[in-house]
Design a protein around this ligand. Structure first.
Ligand SMILES: CC(C)(COP(=O)(O)OP(=O)(O)OC[C@H]1O[C@@H](n2cnc3c(N)ncnc32)[C@H](O)[C@@H]1OP(=O)(O)O)[C@@H](O)C(=O)NCCC(=O)NCCS
Length: 179
């Protein structure tokens, strides 16, 4: 199975390692999303696809035992300067310690995101933790964070919250090295 040769794998302060996943991680990522809660879980097959075909734009944080956090992302086909964060989840034991923000920073600095000037995500309008995470990330980058209606309630099956889109950028080159 091929590994990404140019993806940095670095150990952060809490001895967590950040790396792009590979398809052997698919099941663990699927489980981690369920354990994170709040996130809408997709099928195991979905995570296998993202841990293989889209792996360069995804990230996992792990210690020597297990996954601590996952980020599923991609470049929208019509907008290669943008990295879309589809799902980010931090396991409950790791929350509130800055890991979510460190994961976003590590993700932005992946080789595949080198040319990215914007980060987008949709966030359910009642998800305060996620709202604060993306706003804090934007502040770290000295970038603006606009929030606009995007997927409204009528786009979803009944009972789903609206998901406005957060658009962070433009991201100054100097700022991305700093984070
Ligand atoms: C959202 C989530 C990833 C944040 O991860 P985290 O590691 O706890 O976040 P961090 O510790 O990096 O905090 C980042 C910022 O958000 C704030 N924040 C984190 N959790 C918060 C909460 N529950 N309420 C309000 N603010 C919160 C922090 O204070 C911090 O702000 P600051 O930098 O200005 O001090 C995590 O809560 C989670 O996995 N939730 C379940 C899944 C989910 O909802 N994912 C997002 C959907 S896209």
């Amino acid at each position: 199975m091929s590994e990404i040769k140019d993806t940095p794998s670095f150990v952060a302060r809490s001895s967590l390692t950040f790396r792009a996943p590979n398809q052997r991680d698919g099941v663990a990522v699927w489980r981690a999303v369920q354990q994170a809660g709040t996130l809408e879980p997709n099928t195991a097959y979905f995570y296998l696809i993202f841990c293989s075909d889209f792996r360069e734009t995804c990230l996992i944080a792990e210690d020597d035992k297990a996954i601590a956090g996952v980020l599923i992302g991609y470049h929208p086909p019509n907008d290669p300067e943008t990295a879309f964060c589809w799902q980010i989840g931090v396991l409950p034991a790791w929350r509130g310690q800055g890991l979510g923000k460190r994961m976003l920073c590590a993700w932005l600095n992946l080789p595949a995101n080198r040319e990215v000037n914007w980060v987008t995500a949709t966030v359910a309008d009642d998800n305060a933790a996620s709202d604060q995470l993306f706003r804090s990330f934007a502040r770290s980058l000295s970038a603006t964070c606009s929030v606009e209606p995007h997927f409204t309630a009528d786009h979803f099956p009944a009972g789903h919250r609206p998901e406005p889109i957060y658009r962070i950028g433009p991201i100054p080159k100097a700022a991305r090295k700093r984070v």
